[in-house]
Write a protein that binds this ligand. Structure first.
Ligand code: GLU
Length: 463
């Protein structure tokens, strides 16, 4: 059996969006599952809209997700000579031809077809045929090159995701494979590349299903071996509409900034369109060992922000505290809070991570250790009552001298409630409000022990 080779071929006209990230992930996992290779190809033939910044972002997103590639990035615009050579071969073989129609003529052709209620298609003016006399070549018109699509018969393939698909050639026309400026079009460059790069399996978005018959016909015209194709259904937003750049955060980098862990994102994206029994949480290694291209969903997946948050929370719980500390330091840095020695964050992450879905939420908690808090007037009025203020003042005095650890702080709190005949929550809640700025926290002795003693004393003395 030929070695499996897959690829992802993003166009660098924006960030790596979630749909492409998911097909990249399937292509990568499929190659890794079979011990094959995964290629990154940059489809930059839309010169006006392609940017290096976008390439950099795509690569950064792939790196973040851990989708390592064996070859690439290969840029299509660096392969123009190869496409030109193939075009010339095809013209010589009679499977492609030059078309000198001007944009105005094509426009008129389209208008006429629309007026007659016909399907829009190229009318074959320049398509050679035995015995046909072609129009005289006009001066000063740079030709496009069109593919001689077979006029009839079916194109059929067994889609890895959707199952058998058949399209009749009468449905499709002679598409342009090279523009008058010499730049190849997507459907042609993609075939030459998939052929040259020995691609055996193509996973891509649903939006390309209609392109596949052309591509298969071009593969056949070139005598090139056909890869297998799998078209993954679109991802719908929480609102059931198609995800798009205008609808919500759909770039991979946005999720990184918003405090998601790459392994959670990988897990969630993989599960969105594929399943392995009832497994909701799986490691990268499990994904690779399970992902054989079967059990792909045929229907669109719905993006579920709450589920992603749940998945992320599971990974945050399991994450190493030192790693979380570095991520939280970066989040705090974005807010202008410089932590200095990151190691102070390690026990803080350990204490708070169980209640956080993202590292942004973790940073929300931990910022109280580095910047002053402002308890709400309502919390103060409800919890920091005149009845409890003497106990707070007394506790502050006890805390001046105790050893600064959880057990000693706990003892000081117990002694204070004993001396003032209070119940634990009557003192613990106002402590939380004053020191943390909120009424609920993990165990207050543990929370306090991670503060600087003087910060606690200052906040308690505001009563
Ligand atoms: N450049 C195309 C895209 O980003 C690639 C499609 C394909 O994988 O063939 O949609």
């Amino acid at each position: 059996m030929t070695a499996v080779r897959t690829r992802i071929a993003p166009s660098p006209t924006g960030f790596l969006h979630l749909g492409t990230a998911r097909t990249a992930l399937y292509s990568w996992a499929y190659a890794r599952h079979h011990g094959g290779q995964f290629v990154l190809r940059i489809e930059d033939t839309d010169v006006a809209r392609s940017t290096q910044d976008s390439v950099d972002q795509i690569i950064a997103s792939m790196n973040w997700l851990g989708l390592d590639y064996d070859e690439g990035p290969i840029y299509q615009m660096q392969r123009l000579d190869r496409y030109h050579a193939v075009v010339e071969q095809m013209i010589a073989a009679g499977t492609a031809y030059r078309c000198y129609c001007t944009p105005e003529e094509l426009e008129a052709m389209k208008a006429g077809q629309e007026a007659r209620g016909e399907k829009r298609r190229y009318d074959g003016t320049w398509r050679p045929a035995p015995g046909k006399v072609l129009p005289p070549v006009p001066e000063g018109v740079k030709p496009a090159v069109r593919f001689c699509n077979p006029p009839d018969g079916d194109v059929t393939w067994d889609d890895l995701v959707k199952g058998p698909i058949t399209i009749n050639n009468r449905e499709i026309d002679d598409l342009i494979i090279q523009r008058p400026d010499g730049v190849p079009t997507y459907n042609f460059a993609v075939v030459v590349d998939d052929w040259d790069m020995g691609i055996t399996h193509v996973f891509r978005g649903d939006e390309h299903v209609n392109n596949t018959p052309w591509q298969i016909n071009i593969f056949k015209a070139l005598g090139a071996p056909l890869p297998l194709f799998g078209h993954c259904p679109v991802i719908l937003g929480d609102d059931g509409q198609k995800l798009s750049k205008r609808r919500g955060a759909v770039s991979v980098t946005a999720y990184e900034e918003n405090g998601y862990l790459p392994e959670a994102m990988l897990n969630y994206l993989a599960r969105l369109g594929w399943s392995h029994g009832d497994d909701e949480l799986f490691t990268r290694e499990q994904l690779v060992s399970w992902f054989d291209g079967t059990h792909m969903n045929k229907s669109p997946a719905q993006w579920d922000a709450a589920k992603l948050a749940w998945v992320n929370a599971q990974y945050i719980k399991r994450a190493d505290d030192a790693r979380l500390a570095a991520l939280v330091a970066a989040q705090l840095g974005r807010r202008g809070i410089a932590v200095g020695d990151q190691s102070v964050l390690v026990p803080m992450c350990a204490l708070f991570k169980d209640r956080c879905s993202t590292t942004v939420e973790l940073a929300d908690w931990l910022s109280m250790y580095f910047t002053p808090v402002t308890p709400s007037a309502e919390d103060r009025a409800t919890h920091v009552t005149d009845a409890v203020k003497p106990a707070i003042a007394a506790l502050a005095e006890r805390l001046v001298a105790v050893a600064w650890d959880k057990a000693s702080i706990q003892q000081a709190i117990k002694d204070t409630i004993g001396a003032h005949q209070l119940k634990m929550p009557q003192l613990a809640v106002p402590l939380r409000v004053l020191v943390c700025g909120r009424a609920q926290t993990p165990s207050i002795d543990a929370v306090l022990s991670l503060f600087d003693r003087n910060d606690v004393l200052t906040r308690l003395r505001t009563v």
